[in-house]
Structures are given as C-alpha cells and as structure tokens.
Write a new protein. Structure first.
Length: 212
C-alpha cells in the first residue's frame, strides 16, 4: 500500500504515524537480533551434525558389510523372513524442545521393556546376522542424533527465511511508507501554514486601510 494522498494531513495523524514508525523500528531491531541468534544456532547445529555424521560413517560401513555377508551366506528370502518375523527390541521416543522459539523434535532411543537382547531364533541364522543386529542396535542412537540435528537445521533455516522476509518487508516497504507519509503530512502542513500566513497578512493590510 502507498500512503501518498490517502493520508489525512493533520497533526494528530502525523503523531500516529511517527509512533507507528517507532514501533516498526523496534520490531525490526528485535527481528534483526533474532536473525543473528538463528544464524549462530544454525552454525552450531551444522558443526554438531557434521560430528554426528562422522561418528556414524564407520559403524554404517560395518553394518552394510555384515548385512551383505548375511545375504550372501543365507540368501535374500531367509534374511527377509527373519526381518519380518523378528519383533522390534528398540523404540524411539519423540519429544519437542524449543530453540529460539522454534519447535525442534528430539529423539530418544530406548530398549523396549521386557524385550530380549536377541529376538530371533538361532536355527536359521549365523554370526553375520548376529553381528549386523548388534551393530545396528549400537548405531541407532547415533543415527537418530544425526537425524535430530539435520531436522533442527532445516527447522531453524525455515524460521530464518521467515524472519528475513519480515525484516525485508519492514526495511523496504513498511518503514519507507511511514517515512513518505511523514514527509507528505509535514509538507502539506507547512504549505497550509504559509497559505494561512499570507491570508492573515492580506487581512491585516485590509484592516489597516479601513482604519486610515
């Protein structure tokens, strides 16, 4: 919206717009501080995510190798049958925490109550399956932690984008409109004062002529 001549050129309106511009500048300062905090948190999260990814690369390589060996030794149908029939022994609890007023899910890996360490039979399996199962169980918390950091980065980045849009709107649209409106009202009021001064001067001249 452009103010221009839609603005009522009065002193009251001038006061209102000046107050609105002060509020807009305060909001801009708050959003600018928020942007800086978000950038700092994103940098911290990226560092943590890189470390978390590094910690799971080697375990994942070992898991892939063990699963590959299990497929080679037992066959695809046997491995898939074991996977389908084996109950899960681990569960992931999802909670929420706030970072710079952004909701970020947290993942907590725990063993199911009463679940066995190894939930499948030994008759149709071998050491490769056992090794893969143990490695997966040990690596799951690290994988969830890496996923948690990745999701936090995404959520913070979305909030940063939204904050930047608000800052841009204030900087390039709202505050300039208030400035234009203030300029218009001041110019109009000054013009009216000049016109009033000229009119009063003419009246004074007329009254003086009448006295003479």
């Amino acid at each position: 919206m452009s103010f221009g001549k839609r603005v009522t050129a009065t002193k009251i309106e001038l006061i209102k717009i000046r107050r609105s511009m002060q509020v807009a500048k305060m909001v801009h300062k708050i959003l600018d501080d928020k942007r800086e905090v978000l950038l700092k948190k994103i940098d911290e999260m990226i560092e943590e995510a890189n470390k978390a990814r590094e910690d799971i690369w080697l375990p994942l390589e070992e898991i892939y190798k063990s699963v590959y060996d299990a497929y080679l030794s037992l066959g695809t149908s046997t491995i898939e049958s074991i996977a389908i029939s084996t109950p899960s022994t681990m569960e992931v609890d999802v909670n929420v925490r706030r970072i710079v007023d952004v909701k970020v899910p947290t993942l907590q890996v725990t063993a199911k109550e009463g679940a066995q360490t190894i939930a499948y039979g030994f008759a149709d399996t071998n050491a490769y399956v056992d090794k893969a199962a143990k490695l997966i169980k040990d690596a799951l918390p690290g994988i969830c932690k890496a996923a948690e950091y990745e999701n936090a980065i995404f959520s913070l980045a979305k909030e940063l984008e939204r904050t930047q849009k608000l800052i841009n709107a204030l900087e390039f649209v709202i505050i300039p409109q208030y400035q234009d409106a203030i300029y218009f009202i001041k110019a109009t009021l000054e013009e009216r004062e000049r016109e009033e001064f000229v009119r009063l001067k003419k009246v004074k001249v007329v009254l003086e002529k009448k006295k003479i």
